[in-house]
Design a protein around this ligand. Structure first.
Ligand SMILES: [Zn+2]
Length: 494
């Protein structure tokens, strides 16, 4: 099919995209959902298995209470209604990574329904994306297609992941573009991380997403036939795949074709989706209640205990940061995306008394260095108190903002306090006015041509002089003072 000639914006101006996301999140349990095998990523293939998760005949599942606790937290953190009785069912299908021939999931009676995730909508206001349901299920194993000497001829099966506890979070089709899909995933991830439900590590597959996409003429309400897109392994790829799929469907409909219900695979390298299989309906799975497990009963006490143990969640914290620390909405959003970053910011802001300065340091330098390092905040060598110390040195006028950047780099490399580095290396700002005047006089006297051109009206020459003075003082001069002294020495008043 030829590439659509029109821009995405043009296509989306005639048709409204309708998107619902299904997110699978692995729960942060020590063991699997129905057996005692470890729930751990990266072990040698088939070393974390037992008769239950291998699906051997006669083995019986026993529900992991901790997994239910975590699923409950996810439900409550999204404002969902927890049902006192939910039912595990067998979802029957054949696949080489599913030796039992069925997956234990929930279908007619899921753990929770309703609820929402708040995102910032296109108009800048808060938009609530409704959740249809949150249910519990077990993960399947994994096929290994590469990495072995025999990989060219056959595939391997690793069942370490079989039986790992998951929740599936199904949104209503409330999303209307790739940006909203991205915003929803970011917000949902924040909630799951804050609530301690999942580590949401997409590289390790602990957060996975499928997208249901359809388009309809603007102003109509009925949902059109949708395609389900799989193989979305990053938030960026979700947005790209959704955008591509919307364009494909609009082009198809406008050329007289019809969208068929099917599952499509996203190919990140080619930047397109391709058909994988015709989409099965629920009745193809022949769901029936799992005879080896009683219905899951969750008491109201358990629900209330879970609710009480939830921490402050991202949306709430974002609002509090904006008011309590007078931060712009953007800052509050970035700082609250991850719980440990929010806590780091808050500790440093309190210790320094200058929240906006701390916010700038965290959003730029700290997060940039962590990204370079490829690690989380736990690997940050500068603690919040140390960052506050650096900010205080700037606020007191002890060091210039320029020097502070160097000091920050040294703190990062050595773990030393800012004051120790500044004291030892004599980096304090030159506040001795006469010493500064002497340097200024020297620079002006040494460059008569530049001085003449400044006096002749070329005011940009002043910047050159400022640079010279900063260089001679090793960046320790206060730029505002240097500016003032230079104007005086050059005799101009521009
Ligand atoms: Zn097992």
């Amino acid at each position: 099919m030829p590439a659509p000639a029109q821009s995405f914006e043009e296509l989306a101006s005639r048709y409204e995209p309708v998107i619902g996301l299904e997110v699978h999140a692995q729960l942060l349990t020590r063991t699997k959902l129905f057996c005692g095998c470890a729930n751990r990523f990266g072990a040698p293939p088939n070393t974390l298995v037992c008769p239950v998760c291998l699906g051997l005949p006669g083995a019986l599942p026993v529900l992991n209470r901790r997994a239910v606790s975590l699923a409950l937290r996810a439900a409550l953190a999204t404002g969902s209604t927890v049902h006192p009785v939910s039912v595990f069912e067998r979802k029957n299908y054949f696949y080489p990574d599913l030796p039992k021939g069925y997956q234990i999931s929930q279908y007619e009676k899921p753990l929770a329904t309703g609820g929402f995730v708040a995102i910032t909508g296109a108009d800048g206001g808060e938009k609530r994306v409704r959740l249809a349901r949150i249910h519990m299920e077990e993960d399947a194993g994994k096929l290994l297609h590469e990495g072995f000497p025999w990989s060219g001829e056959k595939s391997g099966v690793d069942l370490n992941r079989a039986g790992v506890p998951l929740i599936e979070i199904v949104s209503e089709p409330d999303l209307h573009g790739p940006e909203e899909a991205h915003a929803y995933l970011t917000a949902l991830r924040g909630v799951l991380l804050y609530a301690g439900v999942s580590d949401c590590n997409m590289e390790e597959g602990s957060l996975r997403c499928d997208a249901n996409v359809s388009v309809r003429p603007w102003g109509t309400e009925a949902l059109s036939t949708r395609a389900e897109i799989k193989n979305l392994n990053s938030f960026r790829n979700v947005a790209r795949a959704v955008e591509h799929e919307i364009a494909r469907q609009v082009a198809l409909v406008e050329s007289g074709g019809e969208v068929v219900q099917e599952t499509r695979l996203w190919n990140a390298e080619r930047g397109e989706t391709a058909p994988m299989r015709s989409k099965e309906d629920a009745h193809d799975y022949r769901y029936f209640p799992e005879p080896d497990l009683p219905p899951l009963v969750v008491s109201s006490e358990w629900v209330e205990e879970s609710r009480a143990s939830l921490p402050e969640l991202p949306a709430e914290r974002r609002r509090r940061f904006a008011t309590e620390y007078a931060l712009p909405g953007y800052d509050a959003g970035v700082l609250t995306q991850e719980r440990d970053v929010a806590e780091y910011f808050e500790a440093a802001a309190r210790a320094s008394g200058n929240a906006k300065a701390v916010s700038n340091w965290v959003m730029t330098e700290v997060l940039r260095k962590l990204k370079e390092l490829g690690g989380g905040l736990a690997s940050c060598p500068i603690g919040p108190a140390a960052l506050a110390g650096l900010v205080r040195l700037i606020d007191e006028g002890t060091i210039s903002g320029k020097i502070a950047k160097d000091v920050f780099e040294r703190m990062w490399a050595t773990g030393e306090e800012a004051a120790a580095i500044v004291g030892r290396e004599g980096l304090t700002q030159l506040s001795d006015e006469s010493a500064l005047e002497a340097v200024v006089a020297e620079v002006v006297a040494g460059s008569p041509d530049q001085a003449a051109s400044y006096r002749g009206g070329k005011s940009a020459a002043l910047g050159w002089f400022v640079g010279q003075v900063m260089r001679r003082t090793g960046g320790r001069a206060n730029p505002q003072r240097v500016n003032a002294l230079l104007r005086k020495a050059l005799g101009g008043d521009s």
